[in-house]
Ligand binder design. Structure first.
Ligand code: RB5
Length: 152
């Protein structure tokens, strides 16, 4: 379970699921600091703006975050442009667990138009509770981090 702030962000395609996930975290993990970076309503917004803002906060504060758009893909693509971000798409318990255990994901991306609330909660819970595995996974994640230092 992270101790640092858990940031949330969404566009109009993900705002309903994001709001429900924020409520779930506050109810289930009241000691976990949560910051909701919006959006806060149904009006159309551009997901790269939301993802970039959250990704910069995650890196600056050594924190982690959850991004929700229609599919999760646009959020993941944008967040992964920021050095230090490992954003993973998750849509059930197993993908949430593996995102942390194997990929050391510090941002979890989900689709508000593709993933049922129960599956999204299962993914989020698994990601929050799973520990990052070391050994060969450290070596592989180090290869991703190297690309942050020396972009191709
Ligand atoms: C917005 O219509 C939609 O494109 C966005 O939420 C997301 O699915 C992009 O990846």
């Amino acid at each position: 379970m992270p101790k640092e702030t858990l940031f949330f962000g969404a566009d109009h395609g993900g705002v309903i699921l994001k709001d429900r996930l924020v409520a779930w975290v506050k109810a289930q993990h009241p000691s976990l600091p949560v910051t909701d970076l919006g959006t806060h309503g149904p009006d159309s917004v551009d997901y790269p703006d939301i993802a970039l803002n959250l990704a910069m906060r995650v890196v600056a504060e050594n924190a982690c975050g959850v991004l929700v758009c229609g599919t999760g893909n646009g959020m993941a693509m944008t967040a992964n442009k920021v050095a230090g971000i490992r954003a993973a798409l998750a849509y059930n318990r197993f993908t949430g667990e593996m995102a942390k255990a194997h990929n050391h994901a510090n941002v979890l991306c989900m689709g508000g138009r593709t993933t049922a609330y129960e599956d999204a909660v299962a993914a989020l819970q698994a990601w929050l509770e799973t520990k990052a595995e070391g050994g060969r996974h450290n070596r592989r994640v180090a290869k991703i981090l190297e690309l942050d230092r020396k972009p191709l």
